[in-house]
Structures are given as C-alpha cells and as structure tokens.
Ligand binder design. Sequence first.
Ligand SMILES: Nc1ncnc2c1ncn2[C@@H]1O[C@H](COP(=O)(O)OP(=O)(O)O)[C@@H](O)[C@H]1O
Ligand SMILES: [Mg+2]
Length: 486
Amino acid sequence: MDAHSTTLPTGLGFGSIDQTVFFEGSPVATFIINADHVVTHMNKACATTLGIAAQDYIGKVGLGQVFYGYDRPVMADLIVDGAMKEIIDDLYQNKYRASLLIPDAYEAEGFFPTLGQGGRWLFFTAAPLRNEHGNLIGAIETLQDISERKIAEAALLKAQTEIELVVEQRTAQLAEVNQTLRDDVAQREAAEQTLLNRNNELNALNAKLTEAHEHLIQSEKLASIGQLAAGVAHEINNPIGYIFSNFGTLEKYLADLFHMLEVYAEWEQKTSDKAMQTELKQARDSIELDFLQEDIPTLMKESREGIVRVREIVQDLKDFSHVDKTLDWQFANLNHGIETTLNVVNNEVKYKADVVRELGSIPDVQCMPSQINQVVLNLIVNAAHAMGPERGVITLRSGQQEDKVWFEVSDTGSGIPKEVLPRIFDPFYTTKPIGKGTGLGLSLSYGIVQKHNGSIDVQTEMGKGTTFRVTLPLLQPQPPESDAPL
Ligand SMILES: Nc1ncnc2c1ncn2[C@@H]1O[C@H](COP(=O)(O)OP(=O)(O)O)[C@@H](O)[C@H]1O
Ligand SMILES: [Mg+2]
C-alpha cells in the first residue's frame, strides 16, 4: 500500500485533493506504521516535533530510537503487535489510559530527555488502523508537545508548595499567637481569681468591721445610758433614802396613833356623858374610822413595797453605772459564784423551776467576781421569769475551752421571739409588765462581759427554751487598775 497515492473519497467537496495534503497540513504531529512496523507516513508537524527529517525515517523501522535514544517499541508498535494489554503497564506505568473515543486505542504522556533542548514532555495517542475486513494493517500515532503546560504545572506546583509552606508557617504563627492569647487569658483568669479572693477577704473583713461597729454602738449606747443612769441614780438615791427612813418613822407614829385611838375608843364606851358619846360617834362615822384603821396599814404596806422597788431600781442603776463600786480584778471560781448567786435568788426560782447543775471542773478566772455574779443573777432571774404556769427546769453548766471558761444558763421557758431577739441587750428594753422588769438586766450583763473581754451568746427556740452562754478569757490581757464607768 502506498500512502502517497491514497486519495480521499470524492463528493466531500474537496474534489480530488490528495489525502497527503490534509495529512501534511494537520498541525497534529502524526505518524503511521504498517503491520511490519515500517513507518509509512510522518507529517511535517511530527518531524518538527521530533526534530528530524521525515524522509530519513519513512520506509524504515525503529522510530523508538528517536524517542528514547535506544531501541524500544513506541506505542504504535505495541498496537501493531497486539501486545498492548500485556505490556503497557510495564512500559507506561500509570501514565496512560484507554481512549474514550476509539476502541483499542491508548493515550499517554511522558518526558523524553533526548528530544529538543533539555527534553520534551509529550502527550501521545496511538490507535489501530484496520482495512475494510477489520484486519489490522497498521497503527497511527499522534504527538503533542505539552512541555509548556508541564512547566506551568511544575511552576504551579512549586507555587502551591510555597503557598502551602507559607500557610504552614502562618498556621504555626497563628498557633503561637493563639497560645500567647491562651496564656494571656489564663493569666487574666488567675488575676481575676486573685481579685476574687481579695474581694472575699475584704468582704470577710467588712463583716468583722460591721460586727465591731455593732459592738461599738452597743457599748456607746451603754456608755451614754451609763452616764444618764449614774446621774439619775445619784439624784434619786438621797430623796429615796430619807423617804425610806421617814417611812419607818411614819409607820411607828401611826402605830402610836392607832394605839391612842384605841384608848380613846375605850373611854368613849366607859363615859356616861351622852353628848360627848354622840359627838364622838358622829365624828368617827363621818371619817369612817373603822375603814381607815383597816386601810391605812394596807396603804402603808403597798407604799413600802413601792419604795423598796424604787430602791432596787436605783440600786440596779447604780450597779449598771458602777458609780459606787471600786472593784478589783481577782482570780475566782465561776462555779463558786454560781452557787452563791443561786442562794441569793433561790426565792425567785424555787416556785418556778427545778435547778439542775452540770458544772464542770474549771480553773479560776481573772475577773471582777461581784460583777460576774450580777450577770449570773440576771440570767437566772430571766430564766425563772421565762417559765409559764408549768414548772420548768433551769440547767446551769460550766466548762473550759482552751484558754477560756464558759457558763450557761439554760431554761425550758417560752423562748425569745425573732423580733424581740435583736433588742434584748438594749438598755430599758423589756417585754415584762410594768413593775416586773426594768430592761436593764441583759444590757448590764452585756457591759460587764464586754469589760471582761468575753462574749454572750444566745440560743433560743420558741416554746422550747433559751440558753445564754457567757465565755470569759482565763486571763485578762491588761486588766485595768480600777473600774472606770463603761
Ligand atoms: N431566758 C429568757 N427567756 C425568754 N426571754 C428572755 C430571757 N432572757 C431575757 N429575755 C427577754 O429579754 C428582755 C430583756 O431582758 P432584761 O434585760 O433582763 O430585762 P428584764 O428582765 O427586766 O425585762 C426580757 O424582757 C425578755 O423579753
Ligand atoms: Mg432581767
């Protein structure tokens, strides 16, 4: 078969243009081999791509030499041999694929170092050529120089790699910044925690201050009331003194007068003077002498009780302001004080409650014993007053806790209502009927305990009872020389 004499079928508008004209004119580099591997056609584009003269190769075998620089089949050779399927994997590895357009045709790409200057990248296709009976008569192979694309791809790849590198670096930088930020946040959180702690400390301090302030207010109240009480007590003390003593004399005089009246009454019966008897009877009836004789002693008794009560209140006031006492700090046993005080108030307690003693063995404590006794007395009297109609129990306890000694007066009485509790230490605050309470007991006790650097605590439950606990230090830090007013 002579490729040069092949003509195109007529009727396509080209007249009798030689097929070679198309072949030669095609910009796709193409060559054809026959069944014996002999190159039958090679167009100009192909010769240019391979950098050879076509006539040097047409009619010959071994084009592989041109591509590879050594004797090796090209793809067209493999197709002609029908050996493609077995060998293609070896020769072209994964850089080939079957054509999507022509059965048994393949395409691949590869780098050919011996082509051109410094080698060329080629994309090539090879397809079987068959005659009208379907017999294989040769193969056609096309080549396409893709070096520029490859260079561009490589450049792209390089750029991409560089970008990836930059991205990596940036990511690392970001991670670093992120870490710094995280450290910052952690530091800030730590600072915040410190602030929070500081705040809590301040709050605690504030609470202490408030407490101290309340104590101050309490002792200020006590101080002013103390001065007032001292003045009032002083003013009232003298008049009450002579009223009291005059009262005694008056009672005696009255007794004498009543005696005298009895003598008169006897002689009234004895006399025979009717006019005198009548006048005396009239006078007696008009002043209701019988009633007077009955009522005057009652009035005197009530008045005496009243005066005694006033004297007690004045005494309370004096105790409260400590005006008439020079007191010494001494070591005394609280249990002893409690026992003596119980004897004194026995009268107040015995009809209302049984007394239970749960006194621990405690060391002597530095105190002003008469004042501490006063506290015990106030607490016991209050406990007795708290009892209802039923007989209750008053429990007296004492004990030691480290460098402190405490005692408790616990009752099974009414308990203290919530609204009353904040006021019980206020001077003159009382819930008791007039005449029964002065409202000074607890404020007095509070002042005394405070002066001893101790504390008073209350626990109470409505209907169950109340416990007052007094805690005193065993030793006074700096006991004052004398007892100054509060
Ligand atoms: N043990 C107690 N049980 C119930 N209430 C009490 C007790 N002790 C004190 N109180 C309450 O505290 C108030 C003040 O007590 P206090 O200062 O001793 O004054 P007073 O006993 O003269 O009323 C009392 O009026 C009473 O309401
Ligand atoms: Mg009282």
